[in-house]
Structure formats: C-alpha cells, structure tokens
Design a protein around this ligand. Structure first.
Ligand code: ME8
Length: 658
C-alpha cells in the first residue's frame, strides 16, 4: 500500500469577510473525497488554508483601523472564524496553510528569485486595469462593458513599475495540456480557457507578478518596494505546504504532484493556465488534475460575501445538524455546474432522503429486530431467492457503481446510487411484511430473521458508502447495527454476510427528525431577514444634495411653527394622518401627512410642529392638504425611521423659522 498516496486541495480562502455556505460547499466536497480515499486505504494529504495578502486585505484593515495581520487573524483564528467553521463542518484536513506563515513567505521569496534568475521574470511597467476584489489584471479588451469580466464590478486604472512573468513562452505547452489531456475538468471549461486566454487576439499575455502601490504582500527581497503578486504567492501554497523551498515540511516526495485541486469556476483561469506555466518555468511536475466546480447561487446570483446575499452555515448546522447540511450540499447539486440554493430544497432533501428513506429504514429495521427478537437475531437463515436475490445483487454491486461516480467527482450520482438501494430496501420491507410473519413465529420466525438480517446488511453497506458524507451519523447507525470495525471497511462494502449471523441490534434515537416544512420556512425567512438587517450599517443618512440653492430661493420657502388642534387617521388609508393646525392666522390650516406608521394621533395633540405653508394645496385621498410638516428621515437596520420636527411650546403658532 506504500504507493497509494492521494493529495487533494481546496482553494485557500480570502479572509476578507466571514465565510459562507458557498465556501463550505467546496471544502465539504474536498473533505468527502479525502475521507473516501482514506476509506479506500490511501495515505491522504488534504490541504486547505487562507490566502492572506493583497490590496483588498490592506484596504479592509485600514477601514477597520487595525493592521492587516490583526485583520486576517480576526477572521481566521478568532471564534466563529475560518478554523471554527471547518471544525463545525467536521472537515478533517491534514494541513492548514496561511500565506502569512513565515516558512511560506521565505519560500515564495526563493521561488520568485529562481524564476527571475532563470529569465522567466523580467522587469517592465504595467499599465492597464485592475479588479481589486478579484486581485486580477485585465486589458481594456478583456473587460465586459467596462467592468471586471469575472465579478462584474468596477475596475481601477493601474500604472506602476512591475515584474512580469513570461507566460507567453509556455502558451503552446499549456494549450496542449488543456486540449490533449484530462488535466482540466469538467471538459466544458477547456475551450473557454483556450479560446479566451490563449487563442485570443495577442495570444497569452505575460502576467504582472509584482506590485508597488501597496505593501501587504511578500516583499521581493532583491527589489524593495515590490511585493509579489498575490496569485503567484497563493498558488505556490500547494507546494510550500509540502515543504517545497522550506524545511518546515518534508512531504513533497510523497504527495507532489497533487492528484486534484478543487477550485471554483471563476479561478480556473489561474489554476489551469498560470499555475502550470509557473511550474513549467521551474521544471516541476504538474498536478494531475484541476476540477472547476460550479457556484451555489441565491436568488439567481452567485452567493458572495461582497454581495451580502450569503447563507450562514452556523445557523443551518445548528438547526438541522452538520451531517444533514453536508449531505444536502453534495446530494443536491451536480459538482461541475451551478446550483440554486433554497431553504425549501434543503428541507425537502432532509425530509425525503434522510427522514423518510434512510432514517425510516434504519428505525423500522432496528425497531423490528428489537420487538421480535429482543435485539438479537437467531443465527438461522431461510432465503427466498425470488425476493432476496434482487436486493442482495443490487447491494453487492453498489460499491462498484458508487466508485464509478466518485472517480469522476460526481458526488450527486454516487449518492443517487446509494439511495436507490435504500429505496429498494424500504420496498423490500413492504413486500415481506415482517409484521405478518411475526404473527406466527413458530412457522415464520426463521424467515423473519432472514428478512431482518438482509435489511441490516443492506443498511451496513449503504452506511459504509455514506460515511465520507455523514461521518458522525454513520457512526451512530453502525452502533445501532452492532457493526464492528471490520464491518465498516471499504472491503466489506462489496461483501454480503459480514455482520455476525446472530447480529445484535440496538434501536437508537431518531437520526433525522422530519421537519414541518411550512412552519420551518417561515421561521428561516424570519431569521434570514433579521440577519440581513443586522448586517446593514446601523444608521444610514441620506447623502447631501450636490446642487446649490441661492439664498433668495431658500428664503421664498415659508416655514412656520404650527400647533396641533386636532389629529385623526384618514379613513381607508394606513399611511395618512389629518391635522387641524393653528398657524397663527386665526384660520385653521389642514395638512395631511403620511406618518401614521410612526405616530398615534393622540400623542401629537397640542404639540408645536414645523410646516412649510406656501406650497400649492394638494389633494390626498380626496382631501386638501395645505402645506407639509417637516420631519427628519434616516434608515436604521434597513427600516425607514421618521421623526417629526417639534419646537419648544413657548414658540407661538405662526412664528417664522429662518
Ligand atoms: O478565490 N459557491 O478565495 P475566495 C461555490 N484566495 N463556491 C464559492 C462560492 C459560491 N457561492 N463563493 C465562493 C480565492 N466560492 C483565492 C483562492 S487558491 C490558490 C486562491 C469559492 O475566498 C470560490 O469559487 O474568494 C473559490 O474557489 C473559493 O470559494 C475561495 O474563494
């Protein structure tokens, strides 16, 4: 087994804000794949981490009034940060790299120098566009409607002295890699890469690999003032974390080249074009595969921290359990394409697959073993080839079908295969009606034990294969089945009859409680609305008008103190209040105002307010309004707030305000 190594990575995340369920998607997929390989007996290295340099982080730290290092520490290691999120999601990584780790920084300096010395990095000057959120350089012609083609946001002009990497030198080799090997998957991404970046006008452009307009990066040690471009710094994490150009680790021989880099589709360009070109420049072996997965979308757009349309994994895990959430992510969306997240889909998946199909199968089977045999099946068998072989054949072939899908990273299809068997097993219960067999234990006891044993074996095999997805729940199912370590292995998943003949079963608590979908959806909507509001700036004040008004125009507006003689709600309107006001003229003035949401009429009686009295009269709900009351307006936690302007009661009705 010595040569069975498997190296898998997630992208290293930008700690520019809290991570969300979209990030958890890729990391959970990587974790499931790593656990699957460990189950198969591979020596696995699962690497994840954080990509902590760059202009965006420097700017955000400045805004927050802290140093960049404090800023990233606060997102990576603080409670509720990146490390906590992976703990919560039960992500069992083998190594976590931070690009601010000293060993990585020193290694990047050596790598940059090597590429400079071999002539692949040269000094020039950069003039073009730059997308700060993506930390990407673009030429004018690459922009989409003048904006960043990846994220659609504004780009800035960038002009600075810079080092360049001669990507153009490797264009043919990279094209060949993309077109003639299985390096990049899904295949649908290959042509986009080749057409847009290699076979485009001007060919593959040299890449700017240093910056001078900010300092938060790995310093170029032979040219102070330059910091290494964040993508060069970040991509090499996959090798420095194994010990390349440093003494901290020594695993490159065992694990490089990587078996697969899982990455989101918008960063395929960096991984499928520049990453192999960098490695070619250093004469290093290339990773075996880059897999570009799709996005989790919300309301038709990508879920993203900067858009504020994110779903909080902590909240979902707390309500439904981590395993249900992990399962949902990989069962529902094909890994290679985008998927629309919705609360409804989440709850439906939990109810259908986990509560109805799997949960029910486990609880019915263990309950019957408890009820009819006191939890210990007799060690006798009576097969019914007609009924049993359909199920057993399906179960013993399941591992092969599942593996076929896992090999292609088709988690959804692999789980589909398992659930077909689970559904078949539930049908098998109905076909065999154990409750009828139990009516005459003397005649049918042996057959009943056989039926239950077949069900236990089916659950066992399915549970082995579900373990990478729901490790904790599968442990609990194994315990209920009385499955020891040998009955939980990869090898045992293609064998029938692994549980001991007189299996001992213990019915446990309900694994996946059914959720009341209508009630739960309302509750989720409420929670998510509140979270959205909480994320808004506490108080928003309208920006000031740019246009100037001359003094005479201002003076023509006649503001007066007015006293409230009467105030009533306007019938059939939930907005309007009707005021009868003393404006000092001796004749009552009527004003209608849309403030019923904020004031009860009785609270305003006798108050001294401010009104503009020389507006032309206006009809509202059939009644005349002779002016307008003045109020202060702002937004607080997403809610519009309004306060009527009131002046001291000493001020007489009709006093002019100026
Ligand atoms: O790109 N659905 O970091 P990042 C699915 N630091 N995946 C999503 C997603 C969504 N809604 N939103 C984000 C970076 N992701 C770089 C990587 S690697 C050398 C450097 C994925 O924090 C996204 O596609 O912006 C990407 O693969 C990953 O989260 C990290 O994004």
């Amino acid at each position: 087994m010595d040569n069975k190594h498997f190296y898998i990575t997630t992208p290293i995340y930008y700690p520019s804000g809290k991570l969300h369920i979209g990030h958890a998607y890729c990391t959970v997929a990587t974790d499931a794949m790593a656990r699957y390989k460990r189950l198969q007996g591979y020596d696995v290295m699962f690497l994840t981490g954080t990509d902590e340099h760059g202009q965006k982080i420097e700017d955000k730290a400045k805004e927050a009034g802290v140093t960049p290092q404090q800023f990233v520490d606060n997102i990576v290691t603080a409670p509720g940060g990146v490390l906590d999120l992976w703990k919560l999601m039960n992500v069992q990584y083998d190594r976590f790299i931070r690009t601010t780790d000293e060993y990585h920084v020193a290694a990047i300096q050596k790598i940059f120098r090597k590429m400079y010395e071999n002539g692949d990095i040269y000094k020039g000057s950069y003039k073009g566009k730059y997308c700060k959120p993506c930390e990407s350089f673009w030429t004018e012609s690459q922009l989409a409607d003048g904006k960043c083609p990846d994220c659609g946001r504004e780009v800035i002009d960038a002009e600075e002295e810079a080092y360049f990497f001669q990507a153009s030198k490797y264009a043919d080799r990279v094209r060949d890699l993309l077109l003639n090997t299985d390096f990049l998957e899904p295949k649908s991404r290959v042509h986009e890469m080749v057409n847009n970046f290699i076979d485009c006008e001007g060919g593959l452009q040299d890449l700017c690999v240093s910056r001078t307009s900010f300092t938060w990066g790995v310093p170029v040690d032979f040219d102070p003032g330059h910091v290494v471009y964040v993508w060069l710094d970040a991509l090499f994490n996959y090798m420095t974390a194994l010990g390349y150009q440093n003494d901290k680790y020594n695993d490159a021989d065992r694990f490089w080249p990587a078996d697969v880099h899982f990455v989101g589709k918008e960063i395929v360009r960096f991984h499928a074009i520049y990453w192999p070109a960098f490695l070619m420049s250093l004469d290093l072996p290339l990773p075996k595969k880059v897999y570009g997965h799709g996005w989790l979308m919300l309301d038709g757009g990508r879920m993203a921290k900067s858009k504020g349309n994110v779903v909080d994994p902590y909240m979902l895990a707390e309500r439904y359990g981590v395993d249900a959430l992990r399962f949902f992510l990989l069962r529902t969306f094909p890994f290679g394409t985008d998927g629309n997240f919705s609360n409804e889909l989440l709850i439906q998946t939990i109810n259908t697959d986990l509560a109805n199909d799997l949960g029910n199968l486990v609880s019915r089977t263990t309950a019957m073993a408890d009820k009819y045999f006191d939890g210990k099946l007799p060690a006798v068998r009576q097969d019914n080839p007609e009924l049993d072989s359909g199920l057993t054949a399906m179960v013993t072939d399941l591992r092969r079908r599942y593996e076929e899908q896992m090999k292609k990273f088709q988690f959804q299809n692999a789980l589909e295969e398992v659930f077909k068997v689970i559904q078949r097993a539930n049908k098998y219960i109905d076909e065999n009606a154990p409750w009828t067999l139990a009516k005459d234990m003397t005649a049918n006891g042996t057959r009943l034990a056989t039926v239950l044993y077949n069900l236990l074996e089916t659950i066992r095999v399915c549970t082995v294969l579900l373990t990478p997805f729901m490790p904790e729940s599968c442990g609990r199912i194994f315990a209920q089945l009385g499955a020891d370590e040998t009955a939980r292995t990869w090898d045992s998943a293609e064998k029938w009859g692994v549980l001991p003949a007189g299996a001992e079963v213990h019915k446990g608590e309900n694994l996946f409680p059914r959720i009341d979908i209508t009630k739960e959806l309302e509750e989720l909507e409420r929670i998510q609305e509140e979270a959205k509001k909480a994320a808004l700036p506490a108080v928003e004040i309208e920006p000031q008008a740019e246009e100037k008004v001359d003094f005479d125009t201002f003076c023509r507006s006649d503001f007066r103190a007015v006293k409230v003689k009467d105030c009533q709600r306007v019938k059939k309107s939930d907005k309007l209040l009707k005021f009868t006001l003393d404006d000092g003229t001796g004749t009552d003035r009527q004003i209608l105002s849309g403030i019923a949401k904020w004031y009860a009429p009785e609270d305003l009686l006798g108050k001294t307010l401010v009104a503009i009295v020389n507006l032309p009269p206006r009809k509202m709900m059939g009644q005349e309004s002779q002016g307008m009351l003045i109020s202060a307006v702002h937004t607080e936690k997403g809610e519009e707030c309004l306060n009527l302007l009131m002046v001291d009661d000493k001020i007489p009705a009709g006093a002019k305000l100026c």
